[in-house]
Design a protein around this ligand. Structure first.
Ligand code: MN
Ligand code: MN
Length: 300
């Protein structure tokens, strides 16, 4: 990795860590979810970064991938388990970090377990470690504390302008792993759920986060305009409808956006819901793998 790239990764990580800390203090029961999303995204910009993806605010059995659509009226319910997931990039070099705010004392242990599993991951990750060993260790930490890892949600390799750069970092024991290499950037993110749950997520119907999929020639003027805005501003990074305000006249937006989806120019990420509707906690840091360990980018 070049010195310039490293500097940008570190800066993205520092901003992401600061925003995560601020959001932990900011999130309250009864608050509109859209306030959390918009406050986090504004703060990222104030601190000199750009959001690498929309701020995810995923509540209770929703494990990931919810951000507020425009004019969202949903609020944070009483006793909620709130996962706030933040991405920041500087020139495409990105950091991904998440925390769980817990308003129900009954789930405090579960939330703590996600943090402990994350810290175990940080402790063991290093050049040459196999992902099988990594996953087995994380699973052990979670099970020893009486919880279950969500088996089909994983950490992931990160590269420039790519949140998921092709390689997954599972949180469960698995065969056919691969060896982690120094210089690689990875998000470590255990998801923890209740012991009597299925321990898997399914896709929900709600889709609020999107990404560029493929280039196509478009006839419709407004679809064209919208698509070129998306390509120019977000490239291969995820975005949401809130970020597309005033790109085309209001009355033409819906049709143009639907057209981009149906023509597969864009890809939508459905929300992930725990398959037995059990509560889910998450903790996440981005690290650079080193010879004898790692550098955590998203810690202050
Ligand atoms: Mn994340
Ligand atoms: Mn991630």
């Amino acid at each position: 990795m070049s010195g310039e790239a490293l500097k940008k990764y570190r800066e993205a990580g520092r901003i992401a860590a600061e925003v995560r800390g601020e959001m932990r203090k900011y999130v309250k029961e009864g608050m509109p979810i859209i306030d959390v999303c918009e406050t986090a995204e504004s703060l990222i910009k104030e601190l000199g970064g750009k959001p690498a993806f929309p701020c995810n605010v995923s509540i209770n059995e929703i494990a990931a991938h919810y951000t507020s659509p425009p004019n969202d009226e949903k609020i944070i319910p009483k006793g909620a388990i709130v996962k706030v997931d933040i991405g920041v990039h500087i020139d495409g070099y990105l950091a991904d970090t998440a925390t769980t705010v817990c308003f129900n004392p009954q789930y405090r242990d579960m939330v703590r377990t996600a943090e402990e599993a994350l810290h175990k991951g940080i402790e063991i990750i290093r050049d040459g470690l196999s992902t099988s060993k990594f996953g087995a260790t994380i699973e052990k930490v979670i099970r020893e504390r009486g919880f279950k890892p969500v088996s089909n949600l994983t950490g992931h390799m990160i590269s420039r302008f790519l949140v998921h750069a092709g390689k997954s970092l599972p949180n469960v024991s698995h065969m056919f792993g691969f060896k982690l290499k120094k210089g690689q950037v990875f998000a470590i993110e255990p998801f923890v759920t209740e012991i009597d749950s299925v321990g898997k997520v399914r896709e929900g119907k709600i889709v609020t986060i999107f990404r560029f999929n493929k280039k196509k020639s478009l006839k419709d003027l407004y679809s064209k305009k919208l698509f070129s805005f998306i390509e120019k501003n977000f490239r291969t990074l995820p975005f949401c409808e809130r970020w597309l305000k005033n790109v085309v006249p209001k009355q033409h937006f819906s049709k143009a956006f639907q057209n981009l989806l149906s023509s597969k120019c864009l890809f939508g990420y459905p929300i992930f819901i725990e398959a037995s509707n059990k509560m889910v906690a998450q903790a996440e840091h981005t690290v650079i793998i080193k010879e004898n360990g790692c550098e955590v980018l998203t810690e202050l």
